[in-house]
Ligand binder design. Structure first.
Ligand code: SF4
Length: 479
């Protein structure tokens, strides 16, 4: 039996007469059209919303925004590929009514309106609120790293520069020695030696010297600016220390509502660690969801007393497990968690049952730190080899009650940590695997923020379509 052969290319067909007939009622482009048409683009911060009075007519920002939302929903992010789609993709032809902007116009639009994309993202959050898609009770906060347009070899830290300079010095010393030896040979055998070889050596020495000078200049720049690293291709990108796969990139923060795993808030920074980013992300999520109180769960990387306090003051009830760290733990001694604090007596009770009282006051960053100890008990203690070398001190910040309250909450609801894992992994996995966004296309922090707002918007749209369907979303836009 023959294979399916398709239709003869020269045969006349009775194709639908209108492009509209090619686009079904539940095609996402119909929602994109309705959603963008409902946004006040001028108020959202888009440029060139009003057409020019004179000159050649330009493209309506609404059309270019529709093109970008379509592109991010369909893993097409490059301006050249988007231009190609305007010529061959019937959905894009429908969406843009046969308009065919060139790639430069498309790229310029994304760059010029980078800040406005966040407003569009928030508009969609408001739409999801109308549809009751957010639980608005608990958000999971977490971060991931996405690669920047900056190769690892074009990022320099103080240690890497110091090492490069040291290596250059060693190589230079070796080459100089060889030059000296060549000179000595020539002196011994007049008319001998290879002038050509010395020339090549001199070239190598000049190249190493030039590179060394550039590294010196970069080190001086780090000293002058107080920065800790320099990226040459994208100056805002940073080496994500422990993220070896990402190398140089940006830190993406998400607050995900646990009800349907929709993103309530997103932010991009070039801070390497998550530490210190909890309050700002959770408070922004609370505002975006339009509530006055919310719970937020995050992993140990966010454990910072100032952040937990800021959350509590703003109405965010934080759940962050305490990291097991500190010099005692590193040396294999008892961790602080086995010392029980008794607020009524203001003492720590140690594993041997002794009471450690406040002994020393000091500073820890902006906080007052009190050290608790009981020298006499330690002297005679049978557990001393597992606890300390001489006598044990246990520190407590004056405002540490906020951490005690959080520990009590977490002990009462350990399932909170499962909520975190189950909620944030969905958007991260979808964005990186399904949407194929393992790397940014643009350089500089502000551009990358705009780019990620489109990514997060596309994720939320896709999720909302799964939950309520295209007709449901269109109906919500029109109410
Ligand atoms: S060494 Fe001191 S602090 Fe440690 S268990 Fe013994 S008495 Fe307690």
């Amino acid at each position: 039996m023959a294979h399916l052969s398709g239709t003869d290319r020269s045969q006349l067909l009775l194709l639908p007469e209108a492009v509209d007939d090619y686009v079904g009622p539940d095609n996402p482009v119909r929602f994109i059209e309705a959603f963008v048409d409902g946004i006040e683009l001028g108020a959202a911060g888009f440029v060139r919303v009003q057409p020019k009075a004179t000159g050649r007519p330009g493209y309506d920002p609404a059309d270019l925004l529709k093109l970008y939302i379509y592109g991010y929903l369909n893993r097409i992010r490059s301006s050249r590929r988007l231009e190609a789609e305007t010529h061959r993709n019937v959905e894009v032809i429908w969406l843009l009514r046969h308009l065919k902007p060139d790639f430069k116009t498309i790229a310029d639009f994304r760059r010029d309106n980078r800040a406005a994309f966040k407003t569009v993202f928030r508009e969609f959050v408001v739409l999801c609120r109308q549809l009751d898609l957010f639980g608005r009770e608990l958000v999971a906060v977490d971060g991931t790293r996405i690669k920047a347009v900056n190769n690892k070899t074009r990022n320099f830290t103080r240690p890497s520069l110091a090492k490069a300079i040291q290596d250059a010095d060693e190589r230079l010393a070796g080459y100089m020695k060889r030059l000296d030896e060549g000179d000595a040979d020539e002196d011994r055998t007049p008319g001998g030696g290879s002038g050509n070889g010395d020339g090549k050596l001199a070239e190598k020495i000049a190249a190493i010297q030039g590179k060394r000078d550039r590294h010196k200049e970069m080190l001086a720049e780090l000293d002058r600016t107080g920065a800790d690293q320099i990226s040459l291709t994208d100056p805002d990108a940073r080496a994500m220390a422990r993220m070896t796969k990402v190398g140089v990139g940006y830190n993406i923060q998400l607050a995900v509502d646990v009800k349907h795993k929709l993103i309530a808030e997103q932010a991009v920074s070039n801070q390497v660690l998550d530490l210190g980013l909890l309050a700002q992300t959770a408070i922004a999520a609370m505002e975006a969801l339009g509530v006055e109180r919310i719970e937020a769960v995050a992993d140990r990387g966010y454990f910072k007393i100032e952040d937990i306090e800021a959350c509590e003051a703003a109405g965010v009830t934080a759940y962050v497990p305490k990291p097991i760290r500190g010099p005692a733990v590193r040396e294999g001694f008892f961790g602080k968690d086995v010392f029980r604090y008794e607020p009524a007596r203001d003492v720590f009770v140690c594993p041997a049952g002794a009471a450690l009282s406040p002994r020393y006051r000091g500073k820890s960053r902006d906080n007052v730190k009190v050290d608790y100890a009981n020298r006499d008990a330690c002297k005679a203690c049978t557990l001393r080899s597992r606890c300390t070398r001489s006598f044990r001190r246990v520190s407590r910040l004056e405002n540490e009650a906020v951490l005690d309250r959080m520990a009590t909450r977490l002990a009462a609801r350990p399932e909170m940590l499962d909520h975190r894992r189950n909620s944030v992994e969905h958007p991260f996995g979808t964005i990186k695997q399904w949407m194929g966004q393992g790397a940014f296309l643009m350089r500089r922090l502000e551009n990358v923020r705009g780019e990620f707002s489109l990514t997060a918007l596309a994720y939320n749209i896709r999720r909302a379509i799964t939950l309520v369907g295209v007709p449901g979303l269109i109906a919500a836009v029109r109410t």
